[in-house]
Ligand binder design. Sequence first.
Ligand code: AMP
Ligand code: MG
Length: 396
Amino acid sequence: MITFEEALKISQDQAVVFGVETISFEEAAGRVLAININSDMDMPPFDKSAMDGYACRRQDLALNLEVIEVIRAGIPPLKSIIPGTCAQIMTGAIIPEGADTVIKVEECEIIGVGADRQGAIRFTGEKTAPNICYRGEDIKTGDLVLEAGVLLDTRHIPVLATVGKVFIDVFKFPSVGVLSTGTELVEPGETPGPSQIRNTNAYQMIAQLAKTGIDCDYYGIATDDEDITRNMISESLKNNDILILSGGISMGEFDFVPAVLQSLGINVAFKQVAVQPGKPTLFGTGNGKFVFGLPGNPVSSYFILELLVKPFIYKCMNHDWTPPVLRLRAARQMTRKKSDRLSWMPVRIDREGLVHEVEYHGSAHIFSLSTADGIVPVPIGKTIIEEGEFVDVRPI
Ligand code: AMP
Ligand code: MG
C-alpha cells in the first residue's frame, strides 16, 4: 500500500491547467491570478491628511494661528501656509504647500478674532505626530502589488480596486462532477426504508467545493449495478474534467467502481492509501479526465477531499495550496492502538488554545465532525501524543 505522501505526489504530478479566463475583479475571491498586477499610481497619490484638524508648520505650534482656508477632501487647496497661519483640513484632503503637520481638532482651541471669535486657533496638546500619509508611502507607481499564482480572496479585492484593475486574468476552475454509489442510499429529503441510509457524501463534497468557488455537477446515486454505475460515470466523464465519486471501491462483491473505470479507459493509479481514515481511496486518469474515488464512509471522504482532492484542484489552477496550520499544545494525552497508517484525528480547540480530541467512533461518525475545529496528523509509527506536546491543527 502506498503512503499518503506518495498518493499526493502521484496525483499532483498528473494535474493539468485548464486555461485562463478574464473575469471581473468583483468575482476574484477563490480564483488564482494568472498575471502580475502592478500599481498604476502612487498610493497615497498625494501627501494626505490623516486627521480632521489644522495643517500648519511644526515650528509654529506654540503660536496663535490664523485660519486662512478650509480644505475639503476631494478639493485641492488654493493657498500656501506661511508663518503664523494654518488651514482647517479634513481627513483625506491634500496637505497645502508649506505645512508639515496636522494638529487634531480635539487638540485645538478656537481663540478667534473679532466678536464671533472665529478665524484663529491655538494648539492645546503637548506634542503631535505629523498626521500626514505621505505620497507613495504604501505603494509606488509600477510596484508589483499582486503576483501571478496567488490565491485571491476578499482581502485582495480592495487592492485590485485601488489600482483600477477591474478585469483580471485567472486560471479556469476545472469542471467537477459528483456521484454517489450505493444501493442503500436515499436522498436527504426522503425517509430511509429498512436497510437504507441518507446520502451525505455528495452534499458534503458539493459544499466543500462550493467553499472553494467551484459549482459541481451532481449526477445522483448509482445503485450497486455494474451497468448503471458505468452509465453514470461515463456521463460525468463526458461532461467534466474531474469526477469525484464516493463508495464502491473497497473489497465488497458489489464494489464495481475500479473495474468500471478501467473499462472506460481510466487507468487506476492507486486504490488504497495508508491513511486513516481513508484507506479505500482511488485515483485514476485517462483521456484527459481525472477520477477520485473517495471512501464511502462520510468522515473518510470529507478528510480525503480536503487532503487529496483540493490540493489537486488547486494544482490544476497553477497554485500550490498549502493551507495554514495552527501549532498548538495537546490538552491531554492522546493515544491510538495501531500506527501502520498516517492518521488524522478530529480535534477541538478550547479558549486557551489547547487541543482536545472530540468523541470519535470512526469514519462513519459524522456527528464528531460537526464539533471539530480541525484535524491533527499522527505519523506512521507514532501511537502517543503527550499532554502539552505541540500538534499541527489543520482547520477543516
Ligand atoms: P462502500 O465504500 O461503498 O463499501 O461504503 C462504505 C460505507 O459507507 C457503507 O456503510 C456505506 O453505506 C457508507 N456510504 C457509502 N456511500 C455513502 C454516502 N454517499 N453517504 C453516506 N454513507 C455512505
Ligand atoms: Mg457501497
